[in-house]
Design a binder for this molecule. Structure first.
Ligand code: WQD
Length: 326
């Protein structure tokens, strides 16, 4: 293990953060978490984590405490991520996502921490001008959440140039699934994303779910997305840290499975893995939904040797079954 072994993970109790923390612990890294538990769950925190700071990236005293641990790198997941809400309350997203990250960078410089793995999003691209979407695609976010991720990436370019921060911005497509080894079961509260809603419906917690439109230019008329298993995301984050340590240059890559599934494909897979019927109703389109979003992850393969392994819908829904159906 290289000497860069102590990692500060912001939002480490959250859905993606907790999966990446497990991967870091599995690979022998020492992990410190800072989380304000607005979305994160204590039950998702790996017992191998060496310290958990209940704190907020908007609070400089909390960051002082976190950086007192003399970490060698930061993995940054703490953010609000509801695209619809970001259009209602941009200030909430600006203060937390953008200003919170700038606070973090200030403390990284104060404590001479130079490696930064950043949870970015395919939302930076907005509506696709071509498919599959590669990293050269124009970045014209359609929602303020996606803009906050792009604004952070733009700042990281300057912090690299001016202060030598080496960053890996990982642009996730549609993160989904649960730890393939079944070690995490804390569920997101009030999910807005498709796969948890489908599983809540399969479990009978929702009487009926809505399918937002079946008049898109796709084979079955429903929207196509690139669902990436969270365990695949986790391995990519550790490979990204190794890249930063070895190459000492920054990186921006897509993380997707390079395969698209429609909403009805997802529902059928959930029914197959759960053995339950998913009751749904086709309603009108949701504003701002592009019909088809699929990633090219060729650059992640070239730079990191990373390729999705668990992101077929059957594996995804098998990994969700116990979390939702016990
Ligand atoms: C997927 C598809 C819906 C719910 C969002 C954020 C993006 C990123 C991932 C963080 C769409 C349809 C959904 C439902 C439905 N977040 N759907 N009924 O919109 O692709 O991306 O999450 O990085 O920034 O925008 O994901 O899961 O909300 O929707 O029909 O009850 O499922 O219309 O086509 P989306 P999603």
């Amino acid at each position: 293990m290289s000497d860069n072994t102590k990692i500060l993970v912001t939002g480490g109790a959250g859905y993606i953060g907790s999966h990446v923390v497990k991967q870091l612990c599995d690979e022998g890294y020492e992990v410190v978490i800072i989380d304000n538990f607005s979305l994160g769950l204590r039950q998702n925190i790996d017992s191998r984590v060496s310290d958990v700071i209940e704190g907020d990236i908007r609070n400089e005293a909390d960051l002082e405490k976190a950086f007192a641990h003399n970490v060698n790198a930061v993995f940054h997941f703490a953010a609000w991520k509801a695209a619809g809400e970001s259009m209602e309350d941009p200030d909430k997203y600006a203060k937390n996502n953008i200003c919170g990250t700038l606070n973090l960078l200030k403390y990284m410089l104060k404590f001479n921490v130079k490696n930064f793995v950043f949870s970015s999003s395919a939302a930076v691209y907005g509506n696709p001008q071509y498919l599959p979407i590669d990293e050269k695609h124009p970045t014209v976010p359609e929602n303020y959440y996606g803009y906050t991720k792009l604004a952070i990436e733009e700042n990281l370019k300057w912090y690299d140039k001016l202060k030598g921060i080496r960053y890996a911005a990982l642009r996730y497509f549609n993160a989904t699934g649960y730890d393939v080894k079944g070690r995490l079961n804390g569920r997101e509260k009030n999910p807005a994303n498709l796969s948890p809603i489908v599983m809540e419906t399969a479990a009978g917690e929702r009487a009926q779910m809505q399918v937002f439109g079946n008049d898109y230019d796709t084979p079955d008329g429903t929207c196509i997305r690139d669902y990436i298993h969270v365990s695949d995301l986790a391995t990519a984050h550790v490979l990204a840290l190794r890249y930063l340590n070895e190459k000492e240059e920054s990186l921006v890559v897509n993380l997707g499975a390079e395969k698209g599934y429609s909403v009805l494909d997802v529902i059928k897979s959930a029914e197959k893995s759960s053995g339950r019927k998913v009751n749904y109703k086709i309603v009108g389109r949701r504003e701002g939904d592009p019909g088809n979003l699929v990633a090219s992850s060729a650059l992640a393969f070239e730079k990191l040797g990373w390729k999705a392994q668990y992101s077929d819908v059957d594996t995804i829904f098998k990994s969700m079954k116990n979390v939702y159906l016990g």
